[in-house]
Design a protein around this ligand. Structure first.
Ligand SMILES: CC(C)(COP(=O)(O)OP(=O)(O)OC[C@H]1O[C@@H](n2cnc3c(N)ncnc32)[C@H](O)[C@@H]1OP(=O)(O)O)[C@@H](O)C(=O)NCCC(=O)NCCS
Length: 150
């Protein structure tokens, strides 16, 4: 496959990033204002994946609790670019950045029937923790997942 380049996302990418977010989560997409918030925070790491200058995916996380804990908020790949290792590359790069900034733990939430995401995170060492009842709406539970980074 053509090379995937991972770079910091910028405010000017926002329209494209938000479109990918809506394609990825038709019912539960974060609003553009929240993606903007994630991009500008001093404790955020917001990365985009590009192929031949086209943005094909992104991941966003925040360092919390004096940077000891990192939380992944969203990880999205354009449908036509899935199963090519792009999310894996975004996740690995994000974790590297989290670690560089001192995080010992990575956490995230995922809907219980999101097999693709559950498999992805388990492949990279995330463990299922608490069940988060109705986290994504009525009768739509989530799992908390965590991974030790050290
Ligand atoms: C989940 C998602 C980010 C995966 O992106 P991707 O670029 O296709 O993932 P990768 O190609 O890096 O796949 C890595 C691993 O994830 C798992 N995986 C990915 N897609 C899968 C699918 N459709 N079914 C089952 N497992 C899947 C596999 O374990 C895969 O490893 P393998 O290829 O060796 O089998 C993508 O499907 C997506 O954007 N989904 C909608 C948004 C979403 O649910 N994000 C996660 C939020 S918590």
């Amino acid at each position: 496959m053509t090379e995937v380049v991972i770079e910091r996302a910028e405010i000017k990418d926002m329209d494209i990033l938000h479109k990918i977010e809506i394609e990825s989560f038709p019912e539960n997409a974060f609003p553009k204002s929240f993606l903007k918030y994630l991009i500008v925070q001093h404790n955020s790491i917001f990365l985009k994946a590009k192929i031949c200058d086209e943005i094909v995916g992104f991941v966003a996380g925040l360092l919390q609790d004096l940077y000891s804990i990192s939380r992944i908020y969203t990880l999205d790949v354009k449908p036509e670019f899935r199963r090519k290792g792009i999310a894996s590359k975004l996740l690995q790069t994000l974790e590297k950045e989290f670690k560089k900034r001192g995080a010992a733990l990575s956490t995230l939430e995922v809907e219980v029937d999101n097999t693709a995401a559950l498999n992805l995170y388990q492949k990279f060492g995330y463990k299922i923790g608490r069940v988060l009842k109705d986290y994504y709406g009525k009768n739509r539970n989530g799992f908390e997942m965590t991974k030790n980074l050290v």
